[in-house]
Each structure stands twice: as C-alpha cells, then as structure tokens.
Design a protein around this ligand. Sequence first.
Ligand code: TRP
Length: 334
Amino acid sequence: MENTEKKKIILSAMQPSGEPTLGNYLGALKNWVALQDDYNCLFCAADLHTITVRQEPKVLRERSINVLKLFMAVGIDPEKSVLFLQSHVHQHAELSWVLSCNTQMGELSRMTQFKDKSQKHADNINAGLFTYPVLMAADILLYKADLVPVGHDQLQHLEIARDIAGRFNHFYGDTFTLPEPYIQKSGSRIMSLSTPENKMSKSDPNPNGFISLLDPTDTIIKKFKRAVTDSDSEVRYSPDKPGISNLLDIYSAVTGKTIAEAEKEFSGFGYGDFKLAVGEAVASMLKPIQEKYNDLGKNPDYVKEVYTNGASFASRLADRTLSKVYKKVGFVAK
Ligand code: TRP
C-alpha cells in the first residue's frame, strides 16, 4: 500500500465465523478485489467480533487463518492491500473502549442485528454483543477510512460509526474522518438456496442453503439441484419467484450477463436444466479460487508473513489515530 498517494482509504472486514459462502464472494470479496488499484485498501478478519457468539477456540483459530487465505485466493494481493487479523492490532480494542464511553445505551439498543442475535442466542446475550457496533466503529475510524464496502445488513452499523465519529469530533475537535458506505453495484444480496427469503449465510444450520466457497464441484451441483424454486416452470425474474430470481441473480453475477440475457438464454428450459447450468457456472468460477486456496494451505509460512506484515503496517497507522484520541480525551502522554 503506497501511503504517499492521495488515494482514498477503504476498510472492510469479514468475521471468521463459518465457511465463507458464494454470497460473501459475490456480495463482498469480488468487489474488494476490484477496488485494490483505485484505493488504499485494508481488509481484516474480524476475530474480535466473532467471539460475541460462543466459538470453539481451535476452530476459530483455523477459520481466522482460512479467511485470510481466502482473501488471497480470490485475488486480494498483499502487495497492494493490507491484510491482517483484527486481534493482532491491539489498538482496535483500545479505541473501542474510548468510543464506548461516547456511545449511548439507547442508540445501541436500536441496532437490529443486536435484537436479532439476542433472539438467536438467548442464552448468551453478552455485553460484547451489545457493544459490537462500537468495535466496528473503531475498526473503521482507526484508519480514517473514507469508504466502507458493506452489505445492507451492516448499513445501520456504519451509520452509528458516523454518529459516534461526529459526536467525538464535536466534543474533542476534529479527529475522525466520517466514513461513507460503499454500495456495490450488483450481486450484493445473494439469498439462501433453501429459503430464498433469507440472505445466504455462513452460519445457516442447513448446509443446503449456502454454497461454501470451498465446496467441491459435485456438492455445488447437488445443492443447486436441490434449490427451492416454485410450482411454475418459467425462468423469469419476479418478486413472486424469489428462488428463481435468486438463481438468475447468481447466474448474472457469475457470468456478467444481464438478467434479461439470462432469461432469454433459459427460455423454454425446465428448472432442472436451468439449475444445473447455474451450478456448473458457479463451480467453474470457484475452481481456480479453490486451487489457489489449496496452494496457500501448503505454504503456511508465506501466509503468516502476510498477516504479520499486515498487522505491523496496520498497527503503525492505528497508533497515530489512537495517540491522537488519547491526547484529546486527556490521558497523560507516556
Ligand atoms: N460486522 C461486519 C459483518 O459481520 C464485519 C465487520 C467488522 C466490518 N468490522 C468491520 C465490516 C468494519 C466493515 C468494516 O459483516
């Protein structure tokens, strides 16, 4: 990352909370790859966020590394972008504390993700789940990110990050850049294959609902064959055909064809043939990614070098912001 260039700064993160899915790729990762030349990008595996839901430590450790491998496998180039693990840069947790003292309980209790997750994990409504958006604000504000690529479900968190930043600037003087959401043009909302009313999610307990980026070809085809459609038989994009519309969205995102072109291509096809074609297109797109991912698995030293360098670069940037913040709030200089 050329720090001297006047490129805008982009930061985004993904939680190592499950197997990254086709939805994560088409909705996020693929776009991140495209941003690398025009922006100074930082991408991290948000492992601190992940423990807001109970995790198996060994699994979390593996998944955290795997997420970074996947970033690289899809084409995020460590020579261009900064790749790191959130827990390796201690400033995230520290800034989060200061920001939490500048965030109101009321605004946090309005967060829909908190409400959803407290319902889903009623036995573990911990304080971290509640302050999750504050940590996310710290992730963003530490690097003075101008733009944050996020899905629709994270827009409310970005809004609160802006509110927190604005309030801090108001009380303590200009400190933080107010981040803007970077809304991706297409493919940003891939739905579950089994319940197309819901977003495709890596934490879906039903594995047929999502395509893991690491699923082998025959599994991918099988899952597409099982995808929920409707009783009609026309391959047409329509709000009353959420399953078919989702498959058309996927096909269009994978092939670059428009929805209209795809509808035309499959007019007269039965659902079975259509689903097979979508499955094949997805499998062949994922193949080179999986090969690169497997190669990286054979080279753990290289992967470690990438995230170690990434963390030390990120840490230097983060420290500048954190020192400024500590000074502004009145902590004594070391
Ligand atoms: N909360 C985000 C998600 O679950 C992940 C995340 C953590 C993030 N920190 C971030 C995204 C900072 C953007 C910027 O999708």
